[in-house]
Structures are given as structure tokens and as C-alpha cells.
Write a new protein. Structure first.
Length: 202
């Protein structure tokens, strides 16, 4: 009978884990990201304005639907998307070879970038033996070259899904960070540095 008892305890534990924390909010953090595009920026100086949060619903970032139907909500630290995505983008640009600064502290940049977050949501759905994770991010970038006053616009869409045996918030944070990074990479893959300007890749 012992194996059946242990199996029963495991099932009860999983069900209890799936029901814990209904209604509470879990804080997510954007993890540090690396760039595989080192040198891409050719030291071009870039001023980045704060990302504007224009999601249809600028409430919670998403939710976890527990096995029993209860819900836990997700937010970035302090519930504000803009500063965390902006900080991650600046860090990514600098790791990719740009000389990037926040717009308020940049002096005489070659390029300015304004960005909008159109979609940013995360979701976790628990079932008996798995937790399905999903992240979707859509961003729009407006790039202005100050040398000739030219403007280009790029929209990036990124995201993915992952199956966890048991829900792990770090796995969700990693998936979220990867989606942001993929969106940033799409911007750089569609553009190239030409002199003191960032042009659309032909």
C-alpha cells in the first residue's frame, strides 16, 4: 500500500500547490540579457525615450490560472512596464555595440529612438501534471536620424510557450526576458548602421 499512499500524497501536494495564493499578485523581474550582436552598433550614439505603455489594458501583466480555477496575477516590479522595458533595451543596445543613453541624459546623439509597447502579456495555466507558460510582446520603434532628419519605423513581435511539470516563476521570467530580447533583436536585424545613421536593411 505504501506506493499508493505516496502517489496520493504527491497528487494532493500538487493540487494544493495549484490552489495557493488565489487573488494575490506575484512580482516578475526582467532578467539580465546578453546580446549575440556585439559590435552591431559601431558605437553609434543613441538617445532612447521611455517606452510608452499603450497596451489595450494597462492593468496586470497577466495571470496564472490554478488547477482549481483560482487566479494569481503577475506584474513587473511596481506595476509599471515602461521603466523596466526601457532599462532592458538600453542595456541590450550597449551590449550590442551602441553608445545608448536615456533621452534626458543624452547630449548630441546621432539617433533617437521612441518606442511603444502595444502588447505585453504573460500567462500560466495549470493542469494536473503540467503548467503551460505563454508570453507575447509587440513593440513599435520610431528611429530618427538627426544627420538628415530621416525616419524609419519597425514593429517587432515576439513570444513563446513553455511546458513546466510544476509552475516555476523563474521559468516564466526567463521566457518573458527571452521574448523581450527577441523583439530587440528583430529591430537590429531589420536595420543597419550606415555612417552616423541607422537605416533599414535592404
Amino acid at each position: 500500500m505504501k506506493p499508493f499512499f505516496l502517489t496520493g500524497c504527491l497528487l494532493v501536494s500538487l493540487l494544493l500547490a495549484g490552489c495557493q495564493g488565489s487573488g494575490r499578485t506575484v512580482t516578475l523581474h526582467v532578467q539580465e540579457m546578453q546580446s549575440e550582436l556585439q559590435g552591431k552598433g559601431s558605437n553609434l550614439t543613441v538617445a532612447v525615450s521611455p517606452f510608452r505603455d499603450q497596451r489595450p489594458s494597462a492593468g496586470h501583466l497577466g495571470m496564472r490560472i490554478h488547477q482549481g480555477g483560482e487566479k494569481t496575477y503577475f506584474d513587473l516590479m511596481d506595476g509599471n512596464v515602461s521603466p523596466h522595458v526601457t532599462r532592458a533595451f538600453l542595456d541590450f543596445l550597449n551590449k550590442s555595440g551602441f553608445s545608448a543613453k536615456a533621452a534626458e541624459s543624452a547630449t548630441s546623439p546621432d539617433v533617437t529612438i521612441d518606442a511603444v509597447v502595444r502588447t505585453f502579456n504573460v500567462k500560466a495555466t495549470d493542469s494536473l501534471f503540467a503548467s503551460s507558460l505563454e508570453v507575447n510582446v509587440v513593440m513599435e520603434f520610431t528611429i530618427r536620424n538627426l544627420t538628415d532628419k530621416s525616419t524609419i519605423r519597425v514593429t517587432s513581435a515576439a513570444g513563446g510557450t513553455y511546458e513546466d511539470f510544476i509552475f516555476d516563476v523563474e521559468d516564466l521570467e526567463e521566457l518573458m526576458t527571452d521574448a523581450l530580447k527577441e523583439g530587440f533583436e528583430e529591430l537590429l536585424e531589420e536595420t543597419e548602421v550606415q555612417g552616423k545613421a541607422l537605416r533599414r536593411r535592404v
